[in-house]
Design a protein around this ligand. Structure first.
Ligand SMILES: Cc1cc2nc3c(=O)[nH]c(=O)nc-3n(C[C@H](O)[C@H](O)[C@H](O)COP(=O)(O)O)c2cc1C
Length: 205
């Protein structure tokens, strides 16, 4: 089993979102995990040329890193995308990846049946985390993936990895000290792996 995590933060140094994604991947005991930082890759914008709709090669893929990312995603059994909230949506670098991955959809849904989970982090306590999760989950549905949420304590944990730099009293913390966000991310990673194994044992994968 291979689970690929994509960190959608444009930061090259410490990223809160990456911290949660690492927690999600570290919680997976069976199988291999791989973390891709979207900021490490050169991803050109989608120009809307519709070459992919005509099943022609994407002209942008000739000179950027999208083919390298696509190869790793096609090999994965599951994908977890983690994104910070940027004006309650995903950062532009991640949106570029999302738009360019349309080619995989047009090429017979190459991401179909991969198990998917989402993680989000924001500055503010109510900073748009759920909007980001919603955008990521809808993206995964559009790619034919199987979207799952975590199943932790029904009175303690949410259904995805999510948190904020801002504490309830308005002061600030690091994602490392955001215990519920780390726990939620770990639960999400475990759930994603569990569903992959269930699909495998039922012969679906
Ligand atoms: C351009 C930009 C827009 C942002 N928009 C929001 C926002 O709408 N709500 C919020 O709570 N935080 C917002 N933030 C703060 C980030 O979500 C926050 O710093 C997050 O921890 C960044 O994650 P990272 O360290 O993984 O990059 C924004 C930050 C930037 C740079």
């Amino acid at each position: 089993m291979l689970i690929v995590g994509i960190c959608g933060s444009p930061k090259t140094e410490y990223s809160s979102t990456r911290h949660l994604l690492e927690a999600a991947l570290a919680a997976i005991s069976d199988g291999q995990t791989k973390l891709l930082n979207i900021s490490d890759y050169n991803i050109q914008h989608c120009t809307g040329c519709d070459s992919c709709v005509r099943k022609k090669p994407c002209p942008q893929s000739v000179s950027d890193d999208m083919p390298m990312i696509e190869k790793q995603l096609i090999e994965a059994d599951a994908i977890i995308i983690a994104a910070p909230s940027y004006f309650t949506s995903v950062p532009g670098v991640l949106k570029d990846f999302i738009d360019r991955s349309r080619a995989m959809k047009m090429n017979d849904h190459q991401l179909k049946d991969k198990v998917f989970g989402a993680v989000s982090y924001a500055g503010l306590r109510y900073g748009g985390q759920e909007h980001v999760i919603d955008a990521l989950n809808r993206y995964a549905l559009g790619q034919g993936m199987i979207v799952v949420g975590s199943v932790g304590s029904p009175v303690k944990h949410g259904t995805f990895g999510s948190g904020s730099l801002q504490k309830d009293d308005g002061s600030w913390r690091s994602a490392k000290d955001d215990e519920l966000a780390v726990q939620g991310s770990r639960l999400l990673g475990q759930r994603v792996a569990e569903v992959v194994l269930r699909l495998r044992s039922s012969g679906e994968k």
